[in-house]
Design a protein around this ligand. Structure first.
Ligand SMILES: NC(=O)c1ccc[n+]([C@@H]2O[C@H](COP(=O)([O-])OP(=O)(O)OC[C@H]3O[C@@H](n4cnc5c(N)ncnc54)[C@H](O)[C@@H]3O)[C@@H](O)[C@H]2O)c1
Length: 354
């Protein structure tokens, strides 16, 4: 491998550009190829970056002989195909969340990486925040004791992304608020508490706003404006419980609901507990010398996408482990599949080990 890690970007939309800016800050990385289905977007980004290797088709891009790795930042329906094509061509992959449309696709990705002897890193950027890194260290050192419950809340009052576009079209996204935003915090609390053996799930999902798209009242829209002639056939609210051996996880998620907007994750152990990731400095709730004690750790914020990019390049160079593995991504997809199945069947279901 040459001294710089040559990376191709598949998908030059909102998040593809974030990856580009983060990779440009990594001294050992070079953006060596770009791919997008929109010709003008491809051309203008190529000109802006001085990159001449431009592709409309990722299957062509992954054949570029000097490429070491790719970032997959296309809509969810293409994550599996793009990842598998890259791995088979001998490239490492940083794949955006959710890993795929379902666990079956995720399994194909993991198996392909194993036989190609290449790595998959999942785009779980919340793990790279200063709060998450600090909590992970404290949890691993035993500060929280035995963790027996996890709770997460990601409630948007009106936050459907790109109403009528690919985000709200099940065939392209795999689902709504659960697979789009829930995946972040579900992965985060499973990783923090090191719970990778989910057993059963009982959950509900609702899809209310797709029924009345033209009446959707909102202030701002990620990936907007709405396409009223498009499709919205995915969940906009999800709630439930996931059971692990010795631990439970409850969640409440919404893209849109008549409810107060808030977002946080809680970790409850027999020695300490915390509410974090709500945008405020976190407080750890514990006790000491017979008194209840609130602990306010000090930490400097970090740019999580920059850390993720540096760790991806470092993992390829063997300098650090992969910070979010394909195997973990597969387990999270198994949980998401089970949540959708439980909601559909109207009962608790076991986690299917795809
Ligand atoms: N980590 C995060 O916080 C975060 C935030 C937003 C989006 N995402 C994820 O990133 C992915 C992309 O989301 P986005 O918001 O950037 O979407 P987007 O619609 O803004 O961009 C997608 C880009 O992919 C291109 N594209 C689509 N199909 C293609 C194909 N077959 N070949 C080549 N290019 C193709 C489109 O032309 C577009 O430029 C999604 O999986 C999404 O879930 C992650």
């Amino acid at each position: 491998m040459s001294s710089k890690v040559k990376v191709g970007i598949i998908g030059l939309g909102a998040i593809g550009n974030v990856h580009i800016e983060s990779l440009r800050k990594v001294p050992d990385a070079e953006i060596a190829a770009l791919c997008d289905g929109i010709p003008e977007r491809l051309k203008s980004k190529g000109e802006a970056l001085g990159c001449k290797n431009l592709y409309a088709d990722f299957r062509e891009m992954v054949k570029q002989p000097d490429l070491d790795a790719v970032v997959v930042a296309v809509p969810n329906a293409h994550h599996c195909d793009a990842t598998v094509a890259a791995l088979k061509a001998g490239r490492h992959v940083l794949c955006e969340k959710p890993m795929a449309l379902n666990a079956r696709q995720a399994r194909t990705m993991v198996d392909t990486a194993r036989s190609a002897r290449k790595l998959i890193q999942m785009g779980m950027t919340w793990r790279q925040t200063a709060e998450a890194q600090l909590l992970k260290n404290m949890i691993d050192e035993g500060y929280f004791g035995r963790i027996y419950h996890l709770h997460l809340c990601m409630r948007r009052r009106r936050g459907v992304p790109g109403l009528g576009g690919w985000f709200t079209t099940k065939a392209l996204s795999g689902g709504g608020c659960l697979i789009d935003i829930g995946v972040h915090f579900i992965d985060l609390v499973m990783w923090l508490s090191d719970n990778w053996k989910p057993e059963r799930v009982s959950a509900v999902t609702y899809a209310e706003f797709g029924k009345r798209m033209r009446q959707y009242t909102y202030v701002g829209m990620w990936a907007g404006p709405p396409k009223f002639d498009g499709v919205c056939d995915v969940d906009d609210y999800a709630s439930g419980i996931v059971r692990f051996k010795g631990c439970t996880l409850t969640f409440e998620l919404s893209w849109a609901a008549n409810i107060k907007q808030e977002s946080y994750a809680e970790i409850i152990g027999d020695k300490a507990g915390v509410r974090a990731f709500d945008g405020n400095p976190m407080t750890i709730f514990t006790e000491s010398s017979g008194r209840l004690l609130d602990v306010a750790p000090q930490y400097a914020k970090v740019a999580q996408f920059d850390v993720q990019a540096a760790k991806f390049i470092g993992a390829i160079q063997g300098k650090n482990p992969v910070p979010a593995t394909g195997e973990q991504g597969l387990t999270v997809m198994q949980v998401l599949d089970a949540i959708y199945k439980s909601a559909k069947d109207g009962k608790e279901v076991p986690i299917a080990k795809v």
